[in-house]
Design a protein around this ligand. Sequence first.
Ligand code: BTN
Length: 229
Amino acid sequence: MELKRNIITVYETSSTMDLAKEFSKIFLPPFIVRAFIQTKGRGQYERKWQSTYGGLYFTEVLDLNNILGFSTFLSIPILRVLKRFVEKVKVKWPNDIVIEKKKLGGILVEKSNFTYAGIGLNVQNDVKDFVNFSVSLKDFVDIDKETIFWAILEEESNLIDKFFENGFKNFKKEYEENLAILNKKTKVNLGYKVVEGVVVGVGNSGELLLDENGKITDIFSGSIVNFYE
Ligand code: BTN
């Protein structure tokens, strides 16, 4: 699937997630909505996503039957591109893009009539207000957000058909090789309780495999509270 063909770019919007939903009333997917600034950028768990000029903010609108593993898959083209510039970029399950423990980017997937996959990356924007837990590519390398944007779309266009055919499992090994929490003692919030164990990998659908004192649990949904060296 070619993702570079239909792109709507605006200078500023509240959130490309919402604008993409508006455009889906008049355009058929696949298409992408991109903005240079978001005034109400949002992340997972209703967190705010700081979206000042210089970052990369876009939402892909796709017509997918099955989204199992899709958001985890999406981290693969992003990792491949970012690692060309900063080798130590990793993924923190399920799809936080990190450098050491600091967040460089994130993915938000929302499903309604279509699948809306929002990607936010700190590229040339300043993250000084959030410096304790965020990081920007510009702190490591002088790189233009346009280069990153087009390279991600190119890489994803080349990989997405393989995801449609066989799901996430083809990407499992590459994902694990780049997983920041692999073999680390990790605390995971499941929403109704917090569990702790050692991450031993991911399953064929991108679920986290956590070893809790010898018992392996499959976690399909949750967020990492912390992990330890
Ligand atoms: C997360 O890590 O919590 C996900 C962050 C996703 C941010 C992107 S920026 C483009 C799109 N529009 C939004 O409002 N959010 C996503």
